[in-house]
Design a protein around this ligand. Structure first.
Ligand code: EPU
Length: 337
């Protein structure tokens, strides 16, 4: 059923008090088809919404929002080593992580507590603490918004990159990701190479590794650095870590010996945007009821009542400061509407 004038306040993790002219929710593929073939959908601009953790509304949405609420987690194949699990796009990402841990399947534990839905996970190839979903991704089902048909995308079809996929580029706005199939390991295949995890496991005195303990460590790290969107409005990293040529990195290093960069292949370096922003003095700054988080400069926060426009303008000022000081162009990770 399509509703009019629906508040999106509880549907975006920034908590912006905006509304959508039209709104519908779909619990399965047939309901998606009903909405996308309706007059309301065909005659308005549209937005497919998942967990609302990567969107910034600068104004009311003058179109139709379709919320993907397709649920279900299904084991579809299993051998000695691994399982293939098909997950509804509307499943909350962290609930999927906890489900896997409960079942004894490893792979997603490093990605604990990432806000958002499973349907959004391939969209920007979510990643944290040494893992990106492209390493576990098998296939997805997406509904073509024009034809209503289901299409299948394997790993290479998705063209995954750092916080990138074909769904943010060539196919932006063209599909609703209805179900995602992940391959998880039945063996204890852990990745604790990321320094902060190792340190945290040590603090926790962990002897025998398990997916549960790694998940607990990741949750502790995230909770110490990142604000909980249930308490303080935010969308996680607001900016992407910028990728520069090795030449540019070396020039920066000559002027700023402490600059933090990670090699990306042979010719490029990924810079820590949090460090760059931190160095410009923005970290922890509060303007009225919004600002830059005190523990992580990548995260912009709404303490309550701020508008998307205010946060957007703040992000523009930060872009400018970083450009002036380092000559580096930051890019926003969130989608602006
Ligand atoms: N740093 C600072 N000041 C800051 C923030 C970071 O100096 O305010 C330094 C840190 O000390 C560290 C380096 O920058 O040496 C990198 O920081 P961190 O390890 O916290 O990771 P990040 O690059 O800031 C990325 C992801 C996070 C993810 C973490 C852990 C992006 C844009 N962000 O952050 O993802 O959790 O790595 O893997 O890639 C998200 O996408 O919403 C998100 C939180």
């Amino acid at each position: 059923m399509i509703q009019s004038n629906v508040s999106l306040k509880s549907l975006n993790t920034f908590g912006f008090d905006v509304s959508s002219k039209l709104f519908a929710e779909a619990n399965n593929e047939d309901q998606v088809r009903n909405v996308i073939q309706s007059n309301e959908f065909l005659s308005n601009k549209n937005l497919i919404l998942g967990g609302g953790s990567n969107v910034l509304f600068t104004q009311d949405f003058n179109g139709i929002v379709l919320r993907n609420n397709i649920n279900g987690i299904e084991l579809i194949e299993e051998d000695e080593e691994s399982v293939l699990v098909k997950v509804g796009g509307g499943v909350v990402w962290h609930e999927f992580v906890l489900y896997c841990i409960e079942k004894g399947w490893s792979g997603v534990e490093n990605l604990s507590l990432i806000p958002g839905s499973v349907g959004a996970s391939p969209m920007q190839n979510i990643g944290a603490y040494g893992i990106e979903i492209k390493e576990l991704f098998h296939e997805l089902e997406a509904i073509n918004l024009k034809t209503g048909e289901i299409e299948y995308f394997n790993n290479s079809d998705c063209q995954f990159g750092y916080r990138e996929s074909v769904f943010k580029n060539k196919f932006k706005g063209a599909y609703l990701i209805s179900r995602v199939i992940y391959r998880l390991s039945k063996k204890q295949n852990f990745n604790i190479s990321y320094g902060a995890i190792e340190k945290q496991l040590e603090i926790m005195g962990v002897q025998d590794l398990s997916a549960r303990k790694i998940s607990d460590a990741v949750i502790a790290i995230r909770q110490s650095k990142l604000p909980d969107p249930k308490e303080i409005g935010n969308s996680g990293s607001f900016f992407k870590n910028p990728i520069v040529s090795n030449e540019q990195y070396n020039r920066l290093k000559a002027n700023f010996p402490k600059v933090i960069g990670y090699a990306l292949g042979d010719s490029q370096t990924k810079l820590a945007a949090g460090w760059l922003i931190d160095q410009t003095g923005w970290k922890g700054k509060t303007i009225d009821n919004y600002g830059v988080h005190k523990n992580q400069a990548l995260v912009l926060v709404n303490y309550g009542g701020a508008t998307g426009k205010q946060i957007y303008d703040l992000s523009s000022e930060i872009l400018l400061s970083v450009k002036e000081k380092f000559g580096v162009d930051l890019e926003r990770e969130v989608n602006i509407y």
